[in-house]
Design a protein around this ligand. Sequence first.
Ligand SMILES: Nc1ncnc2c1ncn2[C@@H]1O[C@H](COP(=O)(O)OP(=O)(O)OP(=O)(O)O)[C@@H](O)[C@H]1O
Ligand SMILES: [Mg+2]
Length: 620
Amino acid sequence: MDTKIHSENGASAAARRKTRRRLFARFLQRAKRWFLLAVLAAGASALCDMLIPQIVRITLDNCLSNAEVPSPAVTSVADALGGFAYIAKHLYIPALLICILAGVQMLSHFLFTVGEAHGAETLVKNMRDALYEKMLALPYAWHQKHRTGDMISRCTSDIETAKNFISEQLTNIFRTLLLLVFSAVFMFSMHAPLSWIALAPMPILVFVSLLFHGVIERGVTACDENEGILSALAQENLTGVRVVRAFGQEKNEIDRFAAQNHLYTELWVKMGKWISAYWCGTDVLSGIQVLLVLVFGSIFCIRGGLSSGEFIAFLSYNAMLVWPVRELGRMLSEMSKAGVSLDRIFYIMEAEAERDETDACTPPLDRDIVFDHVSFAYTENKPILSDINLTVKAGSTLGILGATGSGKSTLTLLLDKLYDLPRECGSIHIGGVDIRDIKTSYLRKNIGLVLQEPFLFSRTLRENIAIADDGVGEAQIEAAVKAAALDGAVANFANGYDTVVGERGVTLSGGQKQRTAIARTLTTKKPILIFDDSLSAVDAETEEKIRAAISARFGKATVILISHRIATLCAADNIIVLKDGKITEAGTHEDLKCAGGLYQKIYHAQNRKEDTANEDENAD
Ligand SMILES: Nc1ncnc2c1ncn2[C@@H]1O[C@H](COP(=O)(O)OP(=O)(O)OP(=O)(O)O)[C@@H](O)[C@H]1O
Ligand SMILES: [Mg+2]
């Protein structure tokens, strides 16, 4: 199972960077204009932040005293407003200017927040859509290898973390950088030596922030991985709640969850300690920095060289300088978290989706199916199928019998391309065309596969049945339901076809579930039908009815029937027996029932059981 997240998709770093840039461009669709608004508003807000202390300084130093020689630009603005003396007598003018700037700042802050929120929400929506689309395009084999709970956690909390960073920090970084640069420029323009004193502790603050960033990144990776395991555990237990109850495993499962939850909590507690240590440490450092500025600023003020207006403005800029540097740690830590989450999201986005050969074809599929030297293994050195050679004549029925784990389902999954057959492991042809060259969606649309474990969605019966093909009409649904001998059950449901079947079809019996899955496959004509042990949960009489209805409806279809029941298989044109992935017997029922192999053994065992049952019935 996947818990590691980095570089598992095997792509080179350069290729990954290129893919990520492309993906980001896709995510940014319709979000860019909002981010642009946020950036412009952040610029305007930072400018207002810078101008307000300057108005205070000029009022103090040029209007209320002559502590400083005003620059020509300041003089011309003051003249336009009536001159310094006039302003000194009408102090509401600088106050009004400050109010106007504060108003502009409020408006820009509002626009900044709106732009940032819209941009982030649009970007995250694009991400969620893309992620979901990608997950459905990934091969079945990929899904088998990854825990659903972990994947859900990547689609929910990882996206949430990325969103929080984008909405709260991304544009903030720009604003912070602006504040840093503007503050430094204004400070140096007023008093260079005091500016150097103010900047002296900054390298230490930056160094501590970078150190903190590394620690947080490692901590968040561990937390995210553990969150994935925790959600997978919960998801599995909730899905398998029936098994948990049936085996009285509640306590064990609760303990297992509690242990994992404890581990997860411990990791966050540890992170909390690091975060507190960082804030405490930087509190002390910034306190020292402010103290230095206050002490030296006062000395410069007393000795001359720094006016009181400049000193007050300097202190405002210094606060603006310290705040972003301290925030750097938070930003970097949020960036670390978002980076880890984005890595986990990109892990899915970068996985190889199912893809057809560029010249994939759509040949007629009502032809012979040929398995040519097919061997297959899910994992290395554990062969499941070995050198299978088999021809299923078009329009014939093939029966497959075999012990559990002998590879029966695997054979059909390979035919449906749910697993790719490596080139060196033989080939499967339909009408002489290698299925690797056939368009996957076309192949699957034309193969009616009733899986061994039918899966129903928590939707209505009608929706579950109509899912197999677009535009399935009411008449087709009814005919399919009749063929699958489900009509009686539907008539008994209070809401008929509109009955919601519950999660995974929990409100249906095993047999009803199987028959719903069969009906789903029978809605439209398909040249190939596969029933993987699909009639095991229905009684012999109903099974007979279903088989008759199927052959009446799909007379010419090629049918592959997997079953453990001889009664199901005996009418097949050809029957094979699989043992440890090899064909050990092949022939008709008549050939095999006295061939002395597994088929004969099962035939006699099941006959004896039937005879005993009949005798019991007669005795009653
Ligand atoms: N996704 C998978 N990954 C690894 N091994 C698998 C996977 N699916 C099946 N197997 C293994 O492959 C072997 C064949 O499985 P398969 O489902 O084809 O058997 P089967 O003949 O259909 O059995 P049954 O009659 O119980 O349905 C089994 O040993 C099984 O454990
Ligand atoms: Mg099987």
